[in-house]
Design a protein around this ligand. Sequence first.
Ligand code: SF4
Length: 223
Amino acid sequence: MTTSPTDPGTPTPEVPEELRNNVAITPLAKLLDPIYNWSRRNSLWPLGFGLACCAIEMICAASSRYDFARFGMEVFRATPRQADVMIISGTVTKKMVPTIVRLYNQMAEPRYVISMGACASGGGPFKEGYSVVDGIDKFLPVDVYIPGCPPTPQALLNGMIAMQEKIDNQSIASAPWYRKGDPTAEVVPVPVLGPDLVDVRQLDVIKEEAAKVEAEVETAVNA
Ligand code: SF4
């Protein structure tokens, strides 16, 4: 064993003289990453569902004029178990969130979420509406946001390409979904729809705030 000229602390294997011009030594992950990422980035299969007007643009992106099949993204799947991209295309209502989260939980790892349009990213024109969630990222981890109301099919295509570029930079050695304690592999608790939408991860905060209000009311009554 000798040590690496670029990193003196790292031992490198001895290569016989006659093989020196024919052998390239590289970490396994560096060799696998391009192959692994290439296969995943060119077979992004979105889950086939739409939420509102943005979905029409999403459908256009799959049609012959824009044809995102050119990038290997066209196979809309009818089941979350065969899809790896969830495109949130439209207004997310409180009534719909539990279903969206349930579908996300049923997708296999690695899975990605694209937030398409103003509604999905922040509530859009309905932000103040009693029935609308102001951003799907309150519930799911979003990888790419696409601005616009609605974003054009070209914008969606651009967002999908951004998704591919993100995948290109991932490494099999550090991809979270093969690690113990991977936060992205956790099942997202399905929110509860009651008089309002309750995110069960926020139960402690909700209880604290409710106790504060209760104490304030009690003080006001006793005053
Ligand atoms: S962002 Fe605009 S086009 Fe898209 S769902 Fe909302 S209102 Fe419709």
